[in-house]
Design a protein around this ligand. Structure first.
Ligand SMILES: *[C@@H]1O[C@H](CO)[C@@H](O)[C@H](O)[C@H]1NC(C)=O
Ligand SMILES: *[C@@H]1O[C@H](CO)[C@@H](O)[C@H](O)[C@H]1NC(C)=O
Ligand SMILES: *[C@@H]1O[C@H](CO)[C@@H](O)[C@H](O)[C@H]1NC(C)=O
Ligand SMILES: *[C@@H]1O[C@H](CO)[C@@H](O)[C@H](O)[C@H]1NC(C)=O
Ligand SMILES: *[C@@H]1O[C@H](CO)[C@@H](O)[C@H](O)[C@H]1NC(C)=O
Ligand SMILES: *[C@@H]1O[C@H](CO)[C@@H](O)[C@H](O)[C@H]1NC(C)=O
Ligand SMILES: *[C@@H]1O[C@H](CO)[C@@H](O)[C@H](O)[C@H]1NC(C)=O
Ligand SMILES: *[C@@H]1O[C@H](CO)[C@@H](O)[C@H](O)[C@H]1NC(C)=O
Length: 496
């Protein structure tokens, strides 16, 4: 069965788009020219979103649910919004899937996951009540993949119910399993494991993994899955302190690699490692595509950030879906899904040249909805650093600078939008600059940048707030020369 956008829903979508354009037009009149609603990322037409929920491929469609406040472009009472897609880039927004309505979910529908049971789309989510102090796991079922019937509470924690959320379910060895984000009585993060034969009657199986003081006070949004025979546990801890270049965001999302099978303990071989090194990345969730790829989507934002887009009626967006894999040495690789390659329109700029520090390579076209694919060849280069700018002019402070630092062997991303309260700040990641090449696959959308380094060895994702005249992309080496090949494309997603 094909997942096609339906006509009536297309009309709804275009109504939203008209509203959106009107909104943005008003804001242009009010302030300056900005175009921030993404063209190829999932973001709400209006309202607030945070965590991805219930990601699944089901009945011929990719479904993405999301933490949603439809009333308001701010944080607030949470619902589950719903979108579906045939390619994970072109999203059709569907009616809200879950709203607070029962005693146990009256304060909000928190995060959770989706499974297929006998062909039906089944959601497991955290219902919140008692002023957020009760967090209980609840189930809802759909017969048409759009409307959901609530079936009530299925998992209650014995003692303190105040930090027990975000069930991620899967089927393995004849049983259903679920991992839960939780907190110990000593205020440390942990992940609890439950199993069930029928998805309703769940049995506690113990602590799957837990942290110490260095790994925060609460672990949210656990995800547990197998790649290459290894079990990856992804968690989003709150309360990890900054440690040099690590853990610079308010909260983190990272992974462990280990071994597990039903009835055994999880033995961890590789400790907590951050997945993304930009300013904005949280609450990752993964699912299997029908061809076996493990796809991960995350919130491309961070709690307590500025959400400058909120003046145009919406807040928050998701990352490009990423195909994740594991190297033989246990490192997670993240690559943009290959579907995005089909969205490359004609290339807009192409260079293969050597530039020196008195020169600046500048793209002819402004960067709005683009991919810039760069390869530096170091066999024929000699410089201290390389700077890449997304700004009005490289000499103006405001904007983004990527900085390839040969001394520190790191890639830095500096972001600065003082008008919107974003101070000048760097994020960075260690990269091996002793190799003969460095590749940067840079995806820019209206208010985001995602930089994939050396085919997914590292990723940096950040929200950005350029005005329409701050989208000039240029590259220059510092003290020396560099051999660069570059090709840039417009990314064009139909129906948007
Ligand atoms: C689970 O299933 C796999 C094959 O799917 C099998 O190799 C393994 O032994 C099973 N584990 C248990 C505990 O039954
Ligand atoms: C729930 O599952 C447990 C363990 O499988 C079983 O002992 C119990 O009888 C079940 N309860 C119900 C109400 O089905
Ligand atoms: C916490 O756990 C990490 C990883 O297991 C370990 O490296 C570190 O020494 C531990 N810290 C404390 C304070 O126990
Ligand atoms: C799992 O670990 C706990 C303590 O960490 C231990 O008591 C238990 O025996 C272990 N279970 C298995 C199956 O190894
Ligand atoms: C946008 O968010 C800021 C906080 O970052 C808040 O002060 C402001 O009220 C919000 N504006 C709207 C229109 O929601
Ligand atoms: C960019 O513009 C210049 C001047 O118009 C032109 O000579 C050059 O070919 C263009 N470059 C590309 C890659 O299109
Ligand atoms: C380096 O660049 C110079 C000048 O363009 C060229 O003559 C030479 O062949 C290049 N060497 C390599 C190894 O690419
Ligand atoms: C960011 O890092 C680059 C490279 O190390 C440095 O030049 C720049 O000053 C840093 N910016 C801030 C705000 O620290």
């Amino acid at each position: 069965m094909e997942c096609l956008l339906q006509k009536t829903e297309m009309k709804l979508l275009s109504t939203w788009l008209v509203l959106l354009i009107v909104n943005q037009a008003i804001s242009i009149l009010k302030t300056e020219e900005v175009t921030w609603h993404p063209t190829y990322h999932l973001a709400p037409p209006k309202g607030w979103i945070n965590d991805p929920n219930g990601l699944i491929y089901h009945n011929g469609c990719y479904h993405a649910f999301f933490q949603y406040n439809p009333e308001n472009n701010k944080e607030g009472t949470k619902y589950w919004g719903h979108a579906r897609s045939y390619d994970m880039l072109n999203w059709e927004y569907l009616p809200i899937a879950l709203s607070p309505s029962l005693e146990d979910d009256i304060n909000g529908i928190f995060s959770g996951s989706a499974v297929n049971i006998h062909g039906k789309l089944v959601l497991i989510y955290t219902g919140v009540s008692d002023n957020f102090n009760k967090q209980r796991q609840m189930v809802a079922i759909s017969s048409d993949d759009v409307n959901f019937e609530k079936r009530g509470v299925v998992i209650i924690k014995d003692k303190d119910e105040s930090n027990f959320r975000d069930p991620k379910a899967w089927f393995q060895n004849g049983s259903w399993w679920v991992v839960m984000g939780s907190q110990t009585t000593d205020k440390l993060g942990e992940v609890l494991l439950y199993s069930s034969n029928d998805f309703f009657n769940w049995t506690y199986q113990g602590v799957l993994a837990g942290g110490n003081e260095s790994l925060g006070y609460m672990w949210e949004c656990p995800d547990f899955f197998t790649i290459n025979g290894k079990q990856i546990l992804v968690v989003s801890p709150q309360g990890i302190k900054q440690d040099g270049f690590n853990y610079q965001n308010l909260y983190q999302t990272g992974y462990f690699v280990g071994d597990w099978e039903p009835g055994k303990n999880y033995t961890i071989k590789k400790g907590f490692t951050e997945i993304d090194h930009g300013h904005d990345f949280y609450a990752s969730q993964s699912f299997l595509a029908p061809d076996g790829r493990r796809i991960q989507i995350s919130w491309l934002d961070m709690w307590e950030s500025v959400f400058a887009e909120n003046v145009t009626g919406w807040s928050g967006m998701f990352t490009i879906p990423r195909e994740i894999s594991l190297t033989d040495s246990g490192d997670l690789l993240s690559k943009p899904i290959r579907e995005i390659l089909e969205k490359r329109n004609q290339n807009t700029d192409i260079f293969d040249t050597i530039i020196s520090s008195n020169q600046m390579l500048t793209l002819n076209n402004s960067v709005f909805s683009s991919e810039i694919l760069i390869e530096f060849n170091f066999l024929n280069s000699s410089c201290q650093a390389i700077q890449l700018f997304l700004k009005e002019e490289p000499t103006i402070d405001e904007g983004v600078v990527l900085y390839v630092d040969f001394e520190l062997n790191r890639l830095f991303m500096e972001r600065y939008y003082p008008k919107y309260g974003l101070d000048k700040s760097n994020r960075s990641v260690a990269i091996d600059l002793s190799l003969s090449k460095l590749s940067l696959d840079i995806f820019v959308d209206s208010s985001s940048i995602e930089v994939f380094v050396n085919d997914g060895v590292a990723v940096m994702s950040s929200r950005i707030y350029p005005n329409n005249n701050q989208r000039k992309f240029s590259v220059a080496p510092v003290n020396g020369y560099v051999n660069i090949s570059l090709i840039s494309y417009d990314i064009v997603v139909k129906n948007q």
